[in-house]
Design a protein around this ligand. Structure first.
Ligand SMILES: [Zn+2]
Length: 324
């Protein structure tokens, strides 16, 4: 398959897009605010603006879009999306095709699955045919590649690794379950832990002082900075974070015996603070052969993994490997 694909990552704050060549090079980038808090109509309006701006009068093979949420690929419907206001069964493909015409195919995929495709195509996992990609951000996303292909599952819901139980008595997760990986190894988990620590009775004044006037969204970054300076509390929170991740990794390698696990997402920038405890814990729990084999690496594509994966959807789809 030759040509140029449009790859777009729909985030809660921005829509980030690129024109991508079939050999995996970014030719042009654009970003616009998503206005996701205003609802799906605004997101679609901004998507169209981004697409028109990037494509101009060039010929493109198709448009691939990665979105955090649950997607019914056959119908082209966004069933649920946690970062976009009031989404329920929104017919996103139809809404886009009505505006851009039927000549350009539109492919949709969950954002973490896109990250897995991107890493497998041009990233850390490009030499591998079996890998799991974990994205650590506000939540925990996952994508599974087996035999060189994305495993979507019967309902397109495979790879929801963030909702593996790592502690049956753990805190309540957004999904309604208790003790999911996401409630330990995510930015929202770090925020919750800081609230718990500050709410404790015996807390030292110096600890409280460190976190007063820190806005909630900056807590993970502040914890990273403090841990790098050797702060004991911050180090222990990253250790907890890594331990839960290690429990999940043990289950993943026991279940899938993959060649690689790639860790990406915004919090992978704290790699050196959590990876030791993650590896220690996974070695303690996993069966010997699969944990010895697996290579655990940091994403080289970072936040571009999803854009590459969205572009890959187009090349894969135009080869007839993907149902549209
Ligand atoms: Zn959950």
């Amino acid at each position: 398959m030759r040509g140029i694909a449009v790859g777009i990552d729909v985030g809660g704050t921005n829509l980030r897009g690129a024109l991508i060549s079939s050999d995996g090079k970014i030719l042009k980038r654009r970003s616009v605010p998503s206005e996701a808090n205003k609802g799906m109509e605004f997101v679609v309006k901004n998507l169209l603006r981004l697409i028109r701006d990037m494509v101009g009068n060039k010929e493109v093979a198709g448009i691939g879009i990665g979105i955090a949420g649950i997607i019914d690929q056959k119908k082209g419907v966004l069933t649920q999306a946690p970062n976009i206001a009031n989404v329920r069964n929104y017919p996103i493909r139809k809404a886009l095709i009505e505006q851009i015409g039927t000549g350009i195919p539109v492919f949709l995929e969950n954002d973490a699955n896109c990250a897995a495709l991107g890493e497998n195509w041009v990233g850390s996992g490009r030499e591998s045919s079996s890998l799991v990609v974990l994205t650590l951000g506000t939540g925990v996303g996952g994508g599974i590649i087996v035999g060189g292909k994305l495993w979507r599952g019967e309902d397109g819901m495979a790879g929801e690794i963030g909702h593996i139980t790592v502690d049956p008595d753990g805190p309540r997760c957004n999904c309604g379950n208790y003790g999911c990986l996401e409630s330990f190894s995510s930015a929202s988990a770090l925020r919750r832990r800081i609230k718990e620590v500050l709410g404790g009775k015996d807390i030292e004044a110096s600890v409280r002082q460190r976190f007063t006037r820190v806005s909630e969204h900056r807590i993970p970054e502040v914890l990273r900075e403090l841990a790098l300076k050797g702060d004991k509390l911050a180090l222990s929170l990253w250790d907890e974070f890594g331990r839960a991740l290690g429990i999940a990794i043990a289950s993943l390698v026991n279940l899938l015996n993959v060649d690689m696990i790639v860790i990406g997402g915004g919090l992978s920038n704290a790699w050196e603070l959590f990876i030791k405890s993650a590896i220690r814990e996974s070695r303690k729990r996993a069966l010997r052969a699969p944990i010895r084999r697996v290579r655990i690496e940091k994403s080289v594509l970072g936040s571009d993994a999803g854009i590459f994966g969205a572009g890959y959807l187009v090349f894969e789809g135009c080869n007839g490997q993907n149902s549209q």
